[in-house]
Design a protein around this ligand. Sequence first.
Ligand code: ZN
Length: 230
Amino acid sequence: MLRVTLNIDCTGCGAEDELYTGILCWACVLSTTVDQLLTDSTTGTISPQLRPFAEALKGMKRANSGLTWIRQPHVTAFLQSLATTTDISHETVDALPASRTREFVRGLLEEHGVLPRRDRYRARFEDWSTAALDRVNDPSHADVVRRYIRWQHLRRMNQMDEVPQGTFLRSKQTVTVAIQLLNWLHDRGVPLPSCSSTTSTSGRPPDPPPASWPTGSSPGPSGPSSSTPT
Ligand SMILES: [Zn+2]
């Protein structure tokens, strides 16, 4: 009578498990892959900052799903870039190519204490408003908008524990209207300080100005805004 013996213990960890490579279980292959990808080739080690993240990836409950994710070329490339990033911060992560993978990994880095939690909508508003300034036609108006964004919108967001989506959307809308108004004035050669008395002489602006538009000389906040969340 023929007896077939099958060794199903992983040679890596000794676990009795489904083997992936014939000698290693899925978890061991995942672990090896994570080590390879997150090792900085210039130092030959994983940066101490990234170790909690590496351990989290290795500890994924479904190791085969984890491997499938990690082996996608764009994920592999992103993790390799991360591995060679010195001093990992939100800013250095921002400097890596924007992608859904970047934001997913950022979330994992936050979850595992590598990065402090960053307010999602505040960060998005900052990115958006920086790009929006490029749409202001007059450089002196751009400075006014920059101060408006900083002192009216970002200052209010900084006072919140978490910026709600509604605040983010309303701030975007208000700044968009402000930029449209300033460009409208610029196109007609109307200087900003006199806009209240002259805007009606040559047509209507595309939208009304924001209720809290900073027409005074102070760059500071100008009181409660119509877009203050309730
Ligand atoms: Zn194993």
